[in-house]
Design a protein around this ligand. Structure first.
Ligand code: NAD
Length: 243
């Protein structure tokens, strides 16, 4: 179908994994998809692959921890499209695999730089463009591991205690989602967080049992929410889940 024709979507970290799949699905419905990639050559490879299947894709150099690349991408979108309809904050890292007491503070800092400050900086820079859309959508890719309700479950897997930096960064993403949604509640823009579930990608090879197609489902729903849809929520593919 081409129900997203005329929409412009920016997906961060879209050269591979769940981000690439989100771009592929939005693009196959007619959206123009901007493949945000830290390494522009990787972005070009991904966008060439998408273009070979009739998707209107274009690579943009975007390192979510480098403000100047964020600003130049925003300027480029302004110049070429004059608006942004969909922003998917997908770029993320998981680099801690040790118990909390052994975590190196630099790893915590690095994780927050990408997963938290990156989402904040890209959202802030893209907001003026999203406000020029008649139906702006912001989708933050969070994780069930960031949810306080799940983390306080007594059956919570011990292994996850080795992801202090990652889990707490996603808790921050959830908070940021609610607060931006609150600020934007009187605009057409909707801001929600998506839980992909454990998906087989480079970040999660050991127990990613879902396909990237399944992992992208919640994000696609949120990126294409109707105008009376929810804002400020946390969703998996089955609907809203408690924070
Ligand atoms: P992945 O490692 O395949 O993809 C991560 C992407 O982020 C890559 O394209 C990488 O280049 C990009 N990235 C990292 N740092 C960046 C930076 N500074 N600037 C720009 N891009 C950067 O992993 P994935 O599973 O596809 O992860 C995508 C998102 O889904 C992440 O936010 C991750 O936390 C989240 N997530 C994944 C799972 C899972 O099980 N795979 C579960 C829950 C949430």
């Amino acid at each position: 179908s081409d129900d997203l024709k005329g929409k412009v979507a920016l997906i961060t970290g879209a050269n591979k994994g769940i981000g690439y799949e989100i771009a592929r699905q939005l693009g196959s419905r007619g959206a123009t998809v901007l493949i945000g990639a830290r390494d522009i050559e990787r972005g070009e490879e991904a966008s060439n692959k998408l273009r070979s299947s009739q998707i209107d894709a274009k690579a943009v150099q975007l390192n979510v921890t480098a403000q100047q690349t964020i600003d130049s991408t925003a300027q480029q979108i302004e110049r070429e499209f004059g608006k942004l309809d969909i922003l998917v904050n997908n770029a993320g890292i998981a680099i801690d695999r040790v118990p909390p007491s052994q975590l190196d503070i630099e790893k915590l800092r690095e994780t927050y730089e990408t997963n938290v400050f990156g989402v904040f900086a890209v959202t802030k820079a893209m907001l003026p463009l999203l406000k020029k859309s008649t139906a702006g959508r912001i989708v933050n890719i969070s994780s069930g591991l960031g949810s306080l309700t799940q983390n306080s479950d007594p059956n919570y897997e011990f292994a996850e205690m080795k992801l202090l930096a990652y889990n707490s960064s996603k808790t921050a993403v959830n908070a940021l989602t609610i607060l931006f949604a609150g600020e934007l509640k009187d605009t057409p823009i909707k801001v929600n967080a998506a839980d992909p579930g454990f998906t087989a990608t480079d970040i999660n090879q050991h127990r990613g049992y879902r396909t990237v197609e399944q992992g992208a489902t919640a994000a696609i729903k949120l990126a294409t929410l109707p105008n009376d849809g929810f804002s400020g929520g946390f969703f998996d593919e089955n609907g809203v889940v408690p924070w």
